[in-house]
Design a protein around this ligand. Structure first.
Ligand code: NDP
Length: 326
């Protein structure tokens, strides 16, 4: 059974006595910075000279420094730039500012797990990975609650890394909901697997294939869009609230029977075999290597797929339907 920690397990004073550099001010960066500030912490923001996020940070009352300036002045450095750029940002702006006694934090294990960042042996390194986008992290904090997070300590040189990491999670508001200890490998591999197989890749392929099947068979695209995509939210809300059995209890008996007899035909042994292959590619670093090389090549595949994605019929039909049925 996973161990959950809450507010009572965390000493918030530990992080209040550190100066924290938040590098990046995007989805996670803005929420970490604002929650930490509201929790009584001293925060510096690190952004490049030319950055779309600078204006947003300034509007929120910050005076952003350059990443290496913020990192040099901080005891605790949280790296919140996109995973594919973390290796470069670390090498150019963070590495030389690290010295014994400092702690380097990440919110996802990708760059440490796949060797994009190799921290020096004399600094503490840890992860606090909130289970949700920054906007939710911020909103829940402001509402007096929080979202859960996964955490782990990768290197504890000072003997303080565990307590400080938990203290950071408390200042984010995450210990209000509960934080779960993990490992870098577990967080990275399960996160990549879930987004590829279920949350993003699996779900969108399922929706598109079902939509195309109905349209090919002569049904109206608008009707296909509504039943294959729009209604996903209704089912997702039920799953979120109470799990699969609860969802089954909330839908019609016809839908429930169809679920039992048809679901395993759609996701059968062939799909499971592919899931194992995908997991293997994640575990062996094959996916990470492809993604890193893709970025080094200027993202040709991502750009091509984005164009194809945007041109799909489900997008035009979806826009019309959302305008008609707000
Ligand atoms: P975003 O893309 O939302 O934001 C990235 C930020 O980094 C932007 O402010 C961007 O500035 C800035 N940035 C880009 N390049 C540099 C640079 N060279 N130096 C300094 N800053 C730079 O990223 P996320 O917040 O989504 O992701 C940050 C981390 O959080 C990742 O490790 C991610 O895996 C993790 N995470 C994300 C979650 C999410 O739901 N988004 C959930 C949990 C973890 P600019 O505006 O100029 O591009």
């Amino acid at each position: 059974m996973a161990t959950l920690l809450y507010d009572a397990d965390a000493d918030i004073e530990l992080i209040r006595h550190k100066r924290i550099a938040i590098i990046g001010y995007g989805s996670q960066g803005h929420a970490h910075a604002l929650n930490l500030r509201d929790s009584g912490c001293e925060v510096l923001i690190g952004l490049p000279e030319i950055s779309r996020s600078r204006l947003k940070a300034e509007k929120d009352g910050w005076s952003p420094l350059l990443p290496h300036e913020a990192a040099a002045r901080a005891d605790c450095i949280m790296l919140l730039v996109p995973d594919q750029y973390q290796g470069q940002v670390y090498t150019e702006s963070i590495k030389d500012t690290l010295s014994a006694g400092k702690i380097l934090l990440v919110a996802h294990g990708f760059s440490l797990q796949y060797g994009q960042i190799v921290p020096p042996a004399d600094v503490d390194v840890a992860m606090v990975a909130p289970n949700g986008p920054g906007v939710q992290l911020r909103q829940m904090y402001q509402a007096g609650s929080g979202i859960p997070a996964l955490w782990t300590v990768y290197q504890d040189i000072t003997g303080q890394a565990r307590a400080l990491t938990i203290s950071y999670a408390r200042a984010l508001g995450c210990t209000r909901a509960g934080i779960i200890q993990t490992t870098l490998a577990e967080e990275t591999e399960t996160d990549l697997f879930a987004e590829q197989v279920v949350l993003c890749g699996g779900l969108t392929s399922l929706i598109r294939s079902a939509f195309e099947t109905l349209v090919e068979a002569g049904y109206q695209p608008e009707v296909a869009y509504t039943c294959c995509l729009q209604e996903v939210k209704l089912i997702a809300d039920l799953l979120y609230k109470g799990g699969i059995h609860f969802m089954h209890n909330s839908i019609s008996d016809t839908a429930e029977f169809g679920d039992y007899v048809t679901g395993p035909r759609i996701i059968g042994e062939q799909s499971r075999e592919q899931m194992r292959n995908v997991l293997h590619e994640i575990q062996t670093g094959t996916f990470a290597r492809n993604w890193i090389l893709e970025n080094q090549a200027g993202r040709p595949t991502l750009q091509a797929m984005r164009r194809k994605d945007a041109a799909h019929q489900i997008e035009t039909v979806g826009k019309q339907m959302r305008d008609l049925l707000p």
